[in-house]
Design a protein around this ligand. Structure first.
Ligand SMILES: Nc1ncnc2c1ncn2[C@@H]1O[C@H](COP(=O)(O)OP(=O)(O)OP(=O)(O)O)[C@@H](O)[C@H]1O
Length: 320
């Protein structure tokens, strides 16, 4: 059954999804739409339910309640069509170690009913993902970062209009991350809807026009990126005091941390104008060596909303 007419439907319609694993409720009634042509980030701390939601969208895991439609095609009732419209890059690296890279991609294309007509596209992807030199290597001979890029190519063989990437740049070095994102941005400019999860919040901030933050199985926030950043009316002031000067008592509650020998103060724009901080320092006779201001970024907002650092979440994830 189609949720909406496929001509007008959103790229993804997620309605009232609940998923239980025994006593654990991994998703507690998640509903939102992702529009066609969006570059959308799905964020959240470890265990928030992102991968579970992606597995449900892919049709790999059944929800206890709710429905998902891809461009109007229900992922259960109309599984084949929904699956054909979707490309998913999974978080886990799973494939047959004995296949050669190019052969595996051609076989994958065959699963979607695609033949030789996609072979030039496969070679183009290998080129764009810096894998051409490995086209005839067997999968087991690749590094973790290379395997992850093969998974990206595998998800795109049938040129799906909606692409979901679950942590596609985990374990990939900075230059290759840039290359991967340049490729995804180009597909996005050509009309592909792109959804990603990442622990690198600066990636989400740079690439995505809208962000959902999942926390303990519920949507904590869903907003355009710029609006989310603008909604937090505070900034950070980093002050390096001269010599062994001490911060005046009145300013101490504002300190959130220490960075490179400088104290970082969080200033609510309306309550603590920067001028007031300088007045307090001057009155107390405290000399300053250096001062910098910093606008809040997604990492700050993420911590505020979930109580976790995304970088700490990434480190925990890497350790498990
Ligand atoms: N197959 C499973 N059986 C039991 N519990 C599961 C299963 N898959 C996930 N969970 C649990 O469901 C919750 C959500 O997990 P999920 O992997 O969806 O989170 P996530 O947001 O993707 O986390 P991460 O950022 O670490 O990938 C976690 O508490 C997890 O332990």
């Amino acid at each position: 059954m189609n949720a909406t007419s496929p001509q007008t439907a959103a790229a993804l319609e997620i309605r009232g999804i609940r998923k239980r694993y025994g006593a654990l409720e991994a998703l507690r009634g998640v509903s939102f739409d992702i529009q066609r042509g969006e570059f959308f980030a799905l964020l959240g701390p470890n265990g928030a339910g992102k991968s579970t939601l992606i597995s449900i969208i892919s049709g790999l895991v059944r929800a206890n309640e709710g429905s998902v439609a891809v461009l109007g095609h229900d992922t259960v009732g109309d599984f084949r069509q929904a699956r054909r419209l979707l490309g998913v890059v999974p978080q886990e690296l799973v494939f047959d170690p004995f296949f050669k890279v190019r052969d595996m991609l051609r076989i994958q294309a065959g699963y979607y009913g695609c033949g030789k007509e996609v072979w030039p596209w496969i070679d183009e992807m290998l080129e764009r993902l810096d894998l051409s030199a490995k086209a005839n290597a067997s999968m087991r001979a690749l590094s973790g970062g290379m395997k992850r890029r093969v998974l990206i190519a595998q998800a795109l063989v049938h040129r799906p209009p909606v692409v979901i990437l679950d942590e596609p740049t985990a374990g990939v070095d900075v230059e290759l991350r840039r290359m991967t994102w340049a490729f995804m941005s180009e597909l996005h400019r050509q009309g592909t809807t792109v959804v990603l999860t990442t622990h690198y919040l600066e990636e989400a901030q740079e690439l995505c026009s809208r962000i959902a933050i999942l926390d303990r199985g519920s949507v904590a926030v869903i907003e355009p990126t710029q609006q989310l950043l603008a909604r937090h009316p505070y900034r950070f002031l980093r002050i390096k005091l001269a010599g062994d000067a001490q911060l005046p008592e009145a300013l101490r509650p504002l300190v959130t941390g220490e960075v490179g020998g400088a104290l970082e103060l969080k200033l609510e724009t309306r309550v603590h104008p920067i001028g007031g901080v300088f007045d307090a320092l001057r009155t107390a006779g405290v000399a300053i060596e250096d001062v910098q201001t910093r606008e809040p970024d997604l990492e700050d907002i993420f911590i505020e909303l979930t109580g976790h650092s995304a970088q700490a979440a990434a480190a925990n994830g890497a350790a498990t």
